[in-house]
Design a protein around this ligand. Structure first.
Ligand code: DSN
Length: 436
């Protein structure tokens, strides 16, 4: 049978072209996204996608895995070296499945778990009632301290965490956030877990690249289990991963397969190996440091525009904006959509005790990992903050949006993650970041 050439699938070809053009001509400020290198893209698109490999290196349920075993073993060794971990499991398809596997390895259904509440900066898989995690385990939520004028509030409330731990006697305490702009120190968590005999899991999905780059403290060796995703600050392919000590290796591995998943995505595991290699280069530490400097510059610029920032600023890759003092009628949803039309991509986000629903929200979450990869620095962040202020002062004004869109196009032309299009409209360049 004659196979159709990929280029004959005109609909998908067209959409792929449209998406790369969108990524190269609009500003990407979603804190959980990044621009992968051509080497990561190549591995993700490789023939490894053809292979079934249920099991682990040396213990597979299918033949023909001699090469795949080497790929997965190399990926595991690189992950262990990068994070100084005793054991790595790289098969979780996503952060959500990594977290679920970690719970399966550490606790029993019905056990009590302390984790951050969703509107305070937590994640659905930290016990939301709409997630299997909240339906399987008894989650009790902790949050952040109240907001203060001087910006010293809205930090993880460790006193509340300790009080809850003493009252609830949880089997597990979870650290980790999706919308929180401060460093998370794993040490006090460990101390509280030890005080009540709980296990401790650190979900490092967001700061994984900052930890690998040495700008945030590592929870490896402090937490019993560390989960993370490879596609956010770490700048690898979309996927999840788990690190633990040798004592938990068997439980973690069997929770992932056969507990939760079937065949691993070996093409993605190969791309994870590439990302670990890239993250182990000295330039990646510079990248991680620049991500934080850029976030600080973006935060300063937004504050100058009159926005209130949660916790008064940032120490990581995120800036969280409370829109209410800027414009009490402007919702996160309206702001996101208005910025989108001006060529600035970000996501609405609930703020602590948000009076609006998660679908509407009173906040925005902005992040710098992607545009830092594209080569932008602090000067460009100040520029972006000005553009955001301009759009959100007149969110329904088409003329303002068109003017900003033109400025965005110009900025992206100077900092395109995949170069400039050739005569046929294809982008084939590499991200400009030195470690790209
Ligand atoms: N969706 C991810 C994020 O944006 O933070 C978390 O799963």
């Amino acid at each position: 049978m004659r196979r159709a050439a990929a280029s004959e699938d005109v609909e998908i070809e067209r959409l792929l072209k449209e998406e790369i053009e969108r990524q190269c001509t609009t500003i990407q400020l979603i804190a959980s996204e990044n621009f992968t290198s051509p080497a990561v893209l190549r591995a993700t698109a490789s023939v490894l996608t053809n292979k079934y490999a249920e099991g682990y290196p040396g213990r597979r349920y299918y033949g023909g895995n001699a090469v795949v075993d080497q790929v997965e073993e190399l990926a595991r060794e690189r992950a262990k070296a990068l994070f100084h971990a005793e054991h790595a499991n790289l098969q979780p398809h996503a952060g959500a499945s990594a977290n679920l596997a970690a719970y399966m390895a550490l606790i029993q259904p019905g056990d009590t778990v302390l984790a951050m509440r969703l509107d305070q900066g937590g994640h659905l898989t930290h016990g939301s009632p709409v997630s299997i995690t909240g339906q399987t385990y008894r989650f009790v939520a902790y949050g952040v301290t109240p907001a203060t004028q001087d910006g010293s509030g809205e930090r993880i409330d460790l006193d509340q965490l300790r009080d809850l731990a003493k009252k609830e006697r949880p089997q597990l305490i979870v650290a980790g956030t999706t919308a929180y702009s401060r460093i998370i120190d794993p040490v006090p968590y460990r101390e509280i877990a030890d005080e009540v005999g709980a296990k401790f899991m650190f979900d490092a999905a967001h700061p994984a690249g900052l930890i690998a780059g040495g700008v945030h403290p590592s929870p490896v060796g402090i937490a019993d289990v560390v989960t993370f995703t490879t596609h956010k600050t770490l700048r690898g392919p979309r996927g999840g991963a788990i690190l633990c000590g040798t004592d938990l290796a068997r439980s973690v591995d069997s929770a992932v397969f056969p507990g939760l998943q079937g065949g691993p995505l070996e093409h993605v595991i190969a791309a994870k190996a590439v990302a670990f290699f890239e993250a182990s280069q000295p330039e990646f530490a510079d990248y991680a440091a620049q991500v934080v400097l850029n976030a600080k510059a973006l935060a300063a610029g937004l504050a100058d525009q009159g926005f209130r920032l949660l916790s008064g600023g940032t120490e990581n890759h995120q800036v969280l904006v409370d829109l209410r003092s800027f414009d009490p009628d402007l919702t996160g949803k309206q702001a996101q959509e208005s910025l989108d039309r001006a060529g600035i991509t970000c996501n609405r986000n609930q703020i602590p005790d948000d009076p609006r629903s998660p679908f509407v929200t009173s906040g925005l979450r902005l992040g710098t990992p992607a545009e830092t990869t594209a080569g932008m620095g602090e000067a460009e962040m100040a520029e972006i903050a000005r553009l955001i202020g301009t759009v959100l002062r007149s969110p329904e004004d088409d003329k303002v949006r068109a003017e900003v869109r033109a400025e965005v196009r110009d900025l992206c032309g100077r900092f395109s993650p995949y170069g400039a299009p050739d005569a046929t409209g294809n982008y084939s360049g590499a991200p400009r970041c030195p470690a790209g």
